[in-house]
Write a protein that binds this ligand. Structure first.
Ligand code: NI
Length: 432
């Protein structure tokens, strides 16, 4: 479908940052054909009037667990171990296969409504999560969570086989791609991680892992292995593959150099790290060392929101406060982290900016809301004003998946009904 977005204020890349300009954007074959001039022979199948609207490249949620939206608000104000081992994991055991499908769709609806067009998901249920992602029309990178006590662990090997089957079943789906997701250094033995690295290499897929999230993880790693979690993972060979590491809050001396040298993408999840009391990732230092830093919400069990504009706001603000430096992580840097860098971390080529030849992944936002006025609207509005209610239309690969506030690919009312039904069956967290 050829799409023309006419006379819209577009966020365009300029000199390492961004600028806004009123222009026409031409889309065909799922990519941006032209910004400004009419491509030769172009005939629009659909024209969107851009008057009073802002066109932003789609946000990339580079770390989440969409199905965990079912656990929203069920394990709040707990320390990391009580939250994970005594609340979330027991609840997860009670989910039925179809629950993962509905939970994933619930998370996806929230992401779309915040202007996200791509996400990297770590899930625990093959087929169901991929099916939900495929139906939604979002650009999705899916990774089956893996845990294992050794490379001979039967459960661990079964999970690896499930991940392989998922990749085989959904290969060729245009907007789906895959990674392997060893859960974390504390839930996988080093030799199991080596086995995962070997499988990922054979399958030609990247790695998605939680890394250096809590102080306890780092302490335990030094006690058990005499290495930091980053140094330990480096030894397993996982960093020799394209690797996306979520959190990286507690980095020991030398860790940042390893991440930089190995080209590891770090996904910072500021709200999740704040809520679980884990701290604040050293994003300015990582950027300084040339590490690709992306942005993720993590799951709704530790956030409790998959709203990427809210996350963007935290990213742009928190380092200023912690460092007492108002120039730290500017609005332009934050937007790049939440879009172009996210796409790079996910292995998505030509994605994350409004640029000719790039995937036509956009959010269209209303400019007639109080939070977006008075004009001119700048990049700063996206980071510092509460503008997520302004997201009106979302386009992924030239396909309109939300139009005028209505998600077209998902029966949102049904998803909310099913999430309520599942929640009722799970009972309250205290009764688990
Ligand atoms: Ni996570």
């Amino acid at each position: 479908m050829n799409l023309l977005i006419k006379g819209i204020t577009a966020v365009l890349p300029e000199g390492g940052g961004y600028t806004t300009r009123v222009t026409d954007v031409y889309v065909g074959g799922g990519v941006i054909l032209s910004v400004g001039a009419v491509p030769e022979g172009f005939c629009a199948d659909k024209t969107i009037s851009g008057g009073g609207k802002l066109l932003v490249q789609g946000l990339v949620n580079a770390h989440t667990h969409a199905y965990m939206s079912l656990f929203r608000g069920r394990a709040d104000d707990l320390g990391f171990d009580d939250w994970l081992f005594r609340s979330i994991l027991p609840m997860e055991q009670r989910l039925l296969p179809d629950d993962f499908y509905w939970g994933t769709l619930l998370g996806i609806c929230e992401m779309i409504r915040s202007g996200a067009t791509s996400f990297l998901d770590m899930h625990m249920m093959p087929e169901k999560c991929a099916l939900a992602a495929k139906e939604s029309g979002m650009r999705s990178v899916l990774s089956r969570g893996l845990v294992g006590e050794s490379r001979l662990d039967k459960g661990g090997l079964r999970r690896i086989r499930e991940a392989e089957a998922d990749i085989e079943q959904f290969k060729g789906c245009e907007k789906l791609s895959f990674m392997l997701a060893p859960h974390a250094p504390y839930s996988c033995s080093p030799d199991f991680l080596e086995a995962v690295a070997e499988t990922a290499k054979a399958l030609d897929v990247g790695i998605n892992i939680h890394l250096s999230e809590s102080a306890r993880e780092v302490r335990t790693s030094f006690v058990k292995h005499d290495l930091s979690p980053v140094a330990l993972i480096n030894k397993t060979g996982l960093f020799d593959l394209p690797c996306t590491a979520a959190h990286c809050v507690r980095l020991a001396g030398g860790d940042i150099n390893i991440l930089s040298e190995k080209g590891v993408s770090v996904v910072t999840c500021p709200v999740s790290n704040l809520k679980l009391g884990n701290g604040v990732a050293p994003v300015p230092e990582l950027l300084q060392k040339g590490v690709t830093v992306a942005l993720g919400t993590d799951g709704a069990a530790s956030n409790n929101s998959l709203n990427m504009l809210r996350e963007l706001s935290f990213l742009a603000l928190i380092h200023k406060g912690v460092r007492r430096d108002p120039l730290c992580v500017t609005a332009h840097e934050a937007l790049k982290i939440a879009t172009l860098n996210g796409a790079r971390a996910l292995g998505l080529e030509k994605t994350g900016e409004i640029r000719v030849g790039f995937n036509a992944d956009f959010a269209i936002m209303r400019l007639d809301t109080p939070a977006m006025n008075p004009p001119p609207v700048g990049i700063s509005s996206l980071c510092y004003s509460d503008c997520s209610s302004s997201v009106e239309t979302v386009i992924v690969g030239g396909e309109i998946i939300m139009e005028n506030g209505c998600i077209k690919t998902i029966d949102e009312e049904r998803v909310i009904f099913e999430a309520g039904r599942i929640s009722g069956r799970l009972g309250s967290a205290q009764t688990l």
